[in-house]
Ligand binder design. Structure first.
Ligand SMILES: [Zn+2]
Length: 267
């Protein structure tokens, strides 16, 4: 079914109204959803860090075990050497065994030193783990609070948002893909979320730059889709607010008189 430009513009206008309402709902949430997301990311970071620290702890503990085992081995050797020393045949043999024993003794000293070092590393790492755990707990509390806060806000607007979501689906169905894509693109670039606006008081309702008279005529004609030459927003119509409200506004300010004068010149 062929749709006219006027119908397309009307459909876009409707979609815009729905989206603006959705924007309002989301505005109430403020930065909360992002804050929740940031905290969740931060917490994952701490958890990863703790895991890494624990793996390092395991390595140090492994070192200690290895060294303890080698001390046991050295002690066994020393005991065996002591026995052998009782059965030596000459001084040379005795001295050789003594040398071996000294060597094992040195091994034990080195191992003890390594164990001490590893223990120090473990203590330092454990302190880091405790500190990170503490921060993790704090952030988890923050996250729980923010999540609760967000849940309350969401629950208050959930029904309305769902209803608007359904209206949005219906409204976008009637709009061709290409147009819908442009609409979404303009909207994502616009700070106020407006992609479709009317000309109000001779100016674009999105960026408030003046729209030339001939362009306004074309917009009113609705023969083709016209965008604002300054901001790129779709100009769906012209609101003759000034003309209608002019009589009671005449007495107010000079600025408005000027506006009206321009309007007259344009017509
Ligand atoms: Zn504009």
């Amino acid at each position: 079914m062929e749709t006219t430009v006027a119908q397309k513009l009307e459909a876009l206008m409707k979609l815009q109204q729905i989206d603006s309402q959705l924007d309002e709902i989301r505005k109430v949430r403020g930065d909360l959803p992002e804050e929740v997301q940031d905290l969740e990311d931060e917490i994952v970071g701490y958890e990863t860090r703790i895991e890494k620290f624990r793996a390092e702890l395991a390595t140090f503990e492994g070192t200690i075990n290895t060294k303890k085992n080698s001390i046991q081995e050295s002690k066994k050797l020393i005991a065996r050497y002591e026995e052998q020393q009782l059965n030596v045949r000459n001084n040379r043999e005795y001295d050789a065994i003594t040398k071996e024993m000294e060597l094992q003794d040195l091994e034990i000293q080195i191992s003890n030193k390594k164990i001490k070092e590893a223990q120090e590393l473990i203590d330092a790492k454990q302190a880091q783990i405790d500190e990170t755990n503490h921060t993790l707990e704090e952030r988890t509390k923050d996250l729980d609070n923010k999540k609760k806060e967000l849940e309350v806000i969401i629950s208050e607007t959930e029904a309305e948002e769902e209803k608007l979501g359904r209206s949005r689906d219906r409204a976008s169905k009637g709009i061709e893909d290409r147009l819908l894509k442009s609409y979404n693109k303009i909207r994502s670039n616009a700070r106020n979320g407006l992609a479709v606006v009317s000309v109000k008081r001779l100016a674009c309702g999105g960026c408030f730059n003046m729209v030339p008279p001939q362009r306004q005529v074309d917009i009113k004609d609705k023969k083709k889709i016209i965008v604002c030459e300054h901001c790129g927003r779709i100009l769906a119509g012209v609101e003759d607010v000034v003309e209608v409200e002019a009589p009671k506004k005449r007495k107010t300010t000079r600025k408005k008189k000027v506006t009206k004068k321009v309007e007259e010149e344009n017509n």
